[in-house]
Write a protein that binds this ligand. Structure first.
Ligand SMILES: Nc1ncnc2c1ncn2[C@@H]1O[C@H](COP(=O)(O)OP(=O)(O)OP(=O)(O)O)[C@@H](O)[C@H]1O
Length: 265
């Protein structure tokens, strides 16, 4: 990627899914650019296309129209090796943490490096000492070095999400995609996790795109808010300029994705 290029660029991106009785446009003419280091909150009602958009940036979904590039690469037109190389640079934070509860915290963090290792690993001591030290440093970064050897399922939800962040950082990503990272957390843990994401983004110039249902949290921590409704961008603004009426408009109006013309309703 050339220095001046956007980290993420979407041009008139559309995504349609075949449903049981009809086809829906999960995304419809979505265009925006995200520069390096920006923290973007993706807001919108349920079914507005937020998760589909994240999956598309991770190469898990292909657009049915338009072009999406990530770090200058179009996942839709990449070969397997190029897609693998791209995915290594894109860390993913899951709503349900995506950790193996019966394994230690440190081992879960080590798995974040699997994309840059050859062959499978099972058990903490299958990872090199250097890698375990890197994982410990990431745990220290998220404030959990003291819990490194605990079973992961003994940690609170907020702590587990911080383990998920440490694991993603082991990839040495350039982008973090977070799908509702605080939806199962209490208010204090939610703020702590978001503060951590914002801090990591700022200090490491990491571009972060985060879907959220909590408007107040988005407005507290994100640099920019992009709002989707029925697969379309209806709000795209620096956080400081977002007005209450913008938020009200975002959550008003039709909440069902558009039915494609010519398909039965
Ligand atoms: N694999 C799929 N097959 C069929 N339809 C899908 C698929 N994935 C998403 N959709 C549909 O696309 C639309 C957008 O879904 P998406 O999950 O992206 O919304 P969302 O904004 O993330 O919702 P939520 O906030 O509830 O997670 C919805 O109507 C959904 O039912």
């Amino acid at each position: 990627m050339k220095k001046e290029e956007s980290v993420v660029r979407l041009t008139e991106v559309g995504k349609a899914f075949e449903g049981d009785v009809r086809e829906v446009r999960a995304l419809d003419g979505v265009s925006f650019d995200v520069p390096e280091g920006q923290f973007v909150a993706l807001l919108g009602p349920s079914g507005s296309g937020k998760s589909t958009l994240l999956q598309l940036l991770n190469g898990l979904q292909k657009p049915t129209s338009g072009v999406a590039t990530v770090l200058g690469v179009d996942p839709n037109r990449s070969g397997k090796a190029e897609l693998r190389a791209l995915r290594r640079q894109v860390g993913f934070i899951f709503q349900d943490f995506g950790l193996v509860g019966m394994r230690s915290v440190l081992e879960n963090v080590c798995t974040g490096a699997l994309g840059r290792l050859r062959g499978p690993r099972s058990g903490l001591f299958m990872y090199s000492r250097k890698l375990r030290e890197q994982a410990l440093a990431q745990l220290d970064r998220v404030g959990l070095a003291d819990q490194a050897f605990q079973r992961t399922d003994t940690l609170s939800g907020g702590q587990q999400q911080r383990v998920g962040i440490a694991r993603a950082l082991m990839q040495r990503p350039r982008i973090l995609l977070a799908d509702e990272p605080v939806s199962s957390l209490d208010p204090l843990s939610s703020q702590q996790v978001m503060e951590l994401l914002a801090d990591i983004g700022r200090t490491e110039s990491l571009t972060t795109i985060c879907t959220l249902h909590q408007v107040d949290i988005a407005l507290t921590w994100a640099d920019r808010v992009i709002g989707l409704n029925t697969g379309r961008v209806v709000l795209d603004s620096p956080t400081a300029d977002v007005r209450d009426t913008d938020i009200a408009c975002l959550y008003q109006g039709p909440q069902e994705p558009a039915v494609l013309a010519g398909t039965p309703s």
